[in-house]
Write a protein that binds this ligand. Structure first.
Ligand code: OGA
Ligand code: NI
Length: 247
């Protein structure tokens, strides 16, 4: 037997759970579609067929991390998330609209990426770097802020809502930058990262078209599974994992 109060609170829980499930599922679907559109545009920008990246990356898994960074009385002594590159293809990061914390490394300096209303931070993951050549435009796309088309519902629930580098597949033309999250003394922070990850068996190697003009392949071929295992066998802030796959 349960008391009427207990029955009432179980009903409320189920109601709440159903709403959260609906919002999270639609968020995941929308973010995936946006990621695929970006992969198409990135392929075109490299002079490849629009579906090139999507085909090479195979049936992509989608991971989501809801990062919670509590207040910290001595923020200068620690990090929310230590410096790293994302090992996957593309990451779409939804930042807390009111609290800054993300930083990227550029020309040896850490730069704050402050939250923009209704925008995602798009992070090129290691796998997109493998596929090009080094050029002045190397970091062109590393951090692009894309105006999002998030459902209004999600923006409202953003704070309570939910939480890798695409360098290899561009033979270095796109760069997966180092980034980290710092903490604040007086404010907690939440971010929601959606990672588009190549299927485990996907073979990552520079597209023939990008090496045909005499630009040497920067990285050897490998499977995503091999890369992923190597990535997590090291410390996050060790040297760039792609260095271990140089040709
Ligand atoms: C990540 C990440 C940054 C942030 O989850 O991989 O880089 O601002 N998060 O939370
Ligand atoms: Ni990251």
């Amino acid at each position: 037997m349960t008391s009427p109060e207990a029955t009432q609170s179980s009903r409320l829980f189920i109601l709440y759970f159903n709403v959260v499930r609906e919002v999270v599922s639609s968020y995941c679907r929308e973010v995936r579609q946006l990621g695929f559109r970006l992969l198409g545009l990135i392929s075109i920008s490299l002079g490849l067929e629009e579906d090139y990246m999507a085909t090479v990356l195979g049936e992509q898994e989608q991971h989501m991390a809801v990062n919670y960074y509590p207040k910290c009385p001595a923020p200068e002594l620690t990090y929310g998330l230590q410096a790293h590159t994302d090992p996957n293809a593309l990451t779409l990061l939804l930042q807390d609209p009111d609290v800054a914390g993300l930083q990227v490394r550029k020309d040896g300096k850490w730069i704050a990426v402050n939250p923009q209303p209704n925008a995602f931070v798009v992070n090129i993951g290691d796998q997109l770097q493998v596929s090009a050549y080094t050029s002045a435009a190397a970091s062109l796309w590393s951090y692009a802020i894309i105006k999002s088309c998030l459902p209004e519902k999600l923006m409202k629930h953003g704070r309570h809502g939910l939480r890798r580098r695409m360098q290899a597949l561009s033979n270095g033309r796109y760069r997966s930058v180092w980034h980290r999250a710092v903490v604040n003394a007086d404010k907690e922070r939440i971010s929601v990262a959606s990672f588009l990850c190549p299927c485990n068996g996907a073979v990552i190697s520079p597209p023939e078209k990008l090496v045909a003009d005499g630009s040497p392949a920067m990285y050897r071929s490998y499977t995503y599974d091999e890369y992923y295992k190597k990535f997590w066998s090291r410390n996050l802030d060790d040297e760039h994992c792609l260095q271990l796959f140089r040709s």
